[in-house]
Design a protein around this ligand. Structure first.
Ligand SMILES: Nc1ncnc2c1ncn2[C@@H]1O[C@H](COP(=O)(O)OP(=O)(O)O)[C@@H](O)[C@H]1O
Ligand SMILES: [Mg+2]
Length: 329
């Protein structure tokens, strides 16, 4: 019996005492060598292998940045845009996914950074969180280079930095870190020149993650749901923007206000849209995102609306918005 066998045995005995689970992968080779019923073991292994192959057929292995398709055009100035509103459920993630995908389809190179611990942009693009080696949390707190967290080509022209629930801890853990407001800026800044647009899907709060987005972004897109409390909280958001602008990011500005979940049949939707236009003037995008069931269904199929329902009004609206974004320069 070799030295390693006795070591393995010791390890097994030790884990029996501590009730540790012995990983089957460690155990198996030993049994394959020693067991007299080699064939029986082999058969099971074969079945397991088949089951594993079946699994792999369903879940695609996650690609890394090194596998990225070559970019087919010269990337000019990268625009970093945070999609932000501390109110939940106003259409931030829906806009992050569908605007990014529409721009990608129109030939732009786009990176979407999911900065919400809920990871809606990640799952909405069909990325299995359980399979990830790294997410934005590791970039912000574990010094993982952002390239190592990028999943390339989740859709044509669109790469993703995913978020997992690990990110929920970041809000607290960042507090004691050096340069805590600049973490995202430093990471995303290294990608300037590689993408036409970098979008940041923000969490529904004004905590340190959102401050990181305000510091890291050049401009903001603020989605506003056309409902009764539409402008509630917007003043507070604008105050946060001004504070960050004065102290940390002088060029920060609004890129556009986006009216979402618009239902033209209701007087309320029309009134709110008019009120928002009155308040923000030409900062409001011409394009209005209509309320449509297809937009709420698409994420559960892991697809942007341009793939899930290409001929519907949701896809039309986000394609139109993409053109408006390009025209705004
Ligand atoms: N235009 C729309 N029409 C119908 N449902 C929408 C629309 N935009 C968003 N939703 C749905 O509303 C909910 C909140 O949208 P979401 O984009 O996740 O908001 P946020 O990221 O601001 O919290 C989601 O269930 C989403 O599918
Ligand atoms: Mg969201």
């Amino acid at each position: 019996m070799g030295l390693f066998d006795s070591l393995r045995r010791d390890k097994k005995a030790e884990s029996a005492i501590t009730n540790e689970v012995v990983e089957p992968a460690e155990e198996q080779p030993e049994e394959l060598v020693e067991s007299p019923d080699e064939e029986v073991v082999d058969e099971t292994a074969g079945e397991e292998q088949e089951a594993l192959e079946d699994d792999l057929a369903v879940v695609q292995p996650i690609k890394s940045y090194a596998d990225k398709k070559p970019v087919d055009h010269v990337v000019g100035m990268t625009k970093i845009i945070a999609i932000i509103n501390q109110k939940g459920g106003v259409g931030k993630s829906t806009t992050a996914i569908n605007l990014s995908a529409a721009l990608g389809e129109q030939g732009k190179q786009v990176l979407l950074v999911d900065l919400d611990p809920q990871g809606n942009a990640t799952s909405g693009l069909g990325v299995e969180k359980g399979q990830l080696n790294a997410c934005i949390y590791d970039v912000l707190l574990n010094d993982v280079p952002i390239q190592d967290a990028i999943i390339p080509d989740v859709c044509p022209g669109l790469d993703l930095v995913p978020a997992t629930i690990n990110l929920a801890g970041a809000e607290v853990e960042l507090v004691s870190e050096m340069a805590r407001e600049n973490r995202l800026k430093d990471a995303v800044g290294t990608m300037r020149g590689k993408y036409d647009y970098i979008f940041i899907d923000c969490p529904p709060s004004l905590g340190l993650l959102t401050v990181n987005a305000l510091v890291g972004a050049d401009k903001l897109i603020i989605p506003i749901q056309t409902e009764f409390y539409a402008l509630e909280g917007v003043t507070k958001l604008l105050e946060s923007m001004k504070r960050v602008k004065t102290r940390l990011n002088p060029s920060l500005d609004i890129f556009g206000i986006l009216l979402t979940m618009y239902d033209g049949r209701t007087t309320l939707s029309r009134q709110v849209a008019a009120e928002v236009r009155n308040y923000f003037g030409s900062q409001v995008f011409e394009t209005i995102i209509p309320r449509t069931v297809k937009l709420s269904e698409a994420p559960s199929y892991g697809m942007p609306i341009t793939q899930y329902d290409p001929s519907g009004k949701g896809a039309a609206a986000y394609s139109e918005l993409a053109k408006e974004v390009v025209n705004r320069g």
